[in-house]
Design a protein around this ligand. Structure first.
Ligand SMILES: Nc1nc(=O)c2c([nH]1)NC[C@@H]1CN(c3ccc(C(=O)N[C@@H](CCC(=O)O)C(=O)O)cc3)CN21
Ligand SMILES: CC(C)C(=O)C(=O)O
Length: 279
């Protein structure tokens, strides 16, 4: 049986750090699951790293469902959380419930949505029908149009207070966890110590209860943005390009394919064939 929402909540109580990584496809999700990552997040960052959009706003419910289905076929042990994409939950609670249901039917165990106190009522409604919700405060990529860019949140006393209040309101609304994006580490630590549900940080310092990274950033295979917080554990882009250049050169030179890569027919059959075609 894979990890449950309760298992993740318990990890905070047991002071165990929670590892979260984004996943969008079967092959990489299988490896994340095998590596023992606690939570696979089908993030709407898929729009950028998988589909090539400038930001996350264009991602559709259909696309999120497809990514979720692929990841759900791969996961055996991790919890699976999927993002509600832009405009799938903001306009009405009815939208929020219907679209949360679609992600659950696609294989998610829980949904994530962006917003603080303004989303409390929506979150309560989703939780009430039995769908676990992860909140997401601090920097909220779905509102970049308004906030004008990628900026660290909670750098002043007042904005920090608002973040702490938002976290408390989300907890009251029933979230099982909160993603905290690009918040000054001091405020992130205070929030983690203030609420009882796990705080999953991204660019928010080591005081959080867990961490999340976009897998392409961790592997070093997405070159368009390089956030300061995104530690690279590999430079896969370089390795992939080198392999492809080697492949191309092998094709040109005839070094690939070699005998171990091809199939043969029986000598006798080949002889008969040659006779028939007069070779
Ligand atoms: N590949 C990828 N990684 C992510 O972490 C990520 C996405 N995509 N898409 C959705 C959001 C957008 N995120 C982003 C995108 C850019 C920056 C960035 O450019 N940060 C700069 C400036 C920060 C500042 O204001 O000082 C940095 O240096 O970190 C940060 C987070 C995080 N998420
Ligand atoms: C960066 C994480 C938290 C996210 O929301 C995403 O990948 O879409």
């Amino acid at each position: 049986m894979h990890k449950s929402v309760q298992d993740i909540i318990n990890m905070k109580k047991e002071k165990k750090k929670i590892s979260v990584i984004t996943s969008y496809d079967y092959s990489l999700a299988s490896l994340c699951d095998k590596a023992g990552i606690d939570v696979l997040l089908v993030g709407d960052s898929a729009g950028m790293v998988m589909l090539g959009y400038e930001n996350t706003l264009n991602v559709s419910m259909e696309q999120m469902c497809m990514f979720t289905e692929a990841v759900s076929r791969a996961r055996k042990n991790s919890l699976l959380v999927s993002d509600l994409p832009f405009m799938s939950y903001q306009a009405s609670i009815e939208d929020a419930i219907n679209n949360s249901g679609r992600l659950i039917k696609a294989g998610a165990d829980a949904v994530k949505l962006e917003g603080g106190s303004i989303m409390a009522e929506t979150i309560r409604a989703i939780v009430d029908i039995g769908i676990p919700v992860m909140g997401h405060i601090g920097f909220q990529p779905q509102t970049t149009t308004l906030s004008q860019g990628y900026k660290v949140q909670g750098k002043t006393k007042d904005t920090a207070m608002k973040l702490i209040e938002d976290a408390k309101e989300l907890e009251d609304a029933g979230v099982f966890s909160i993603a905290l994006e690009m918040v000054s580490h001091e405020v992130a630590e205070i929030i983690s110590q203030t609420v009882s549900v796990p705080i999953i940080g991204i660019g928010s310092g080591v005081g959080c209860d867990g961490q999340v990274l976009v897998i392409q950033d961790l592997l070093g295979m997405y070159e368009k943005i390089k956030p300061k917080f995104a530690k690279r554990y590999m430079n896969l882009s370089e390795d992939i390009i080198k392999s492809l250049e080697d492949y191309k050169n092998d094709v040109i030179s005839g070094k690939f394919p070699a005998e171990e890569h091809w199939f043969s027919m029986e000598e006798e059959e080949l002889k008969k064939l040659r006779e028939q075609i007069g070779g």
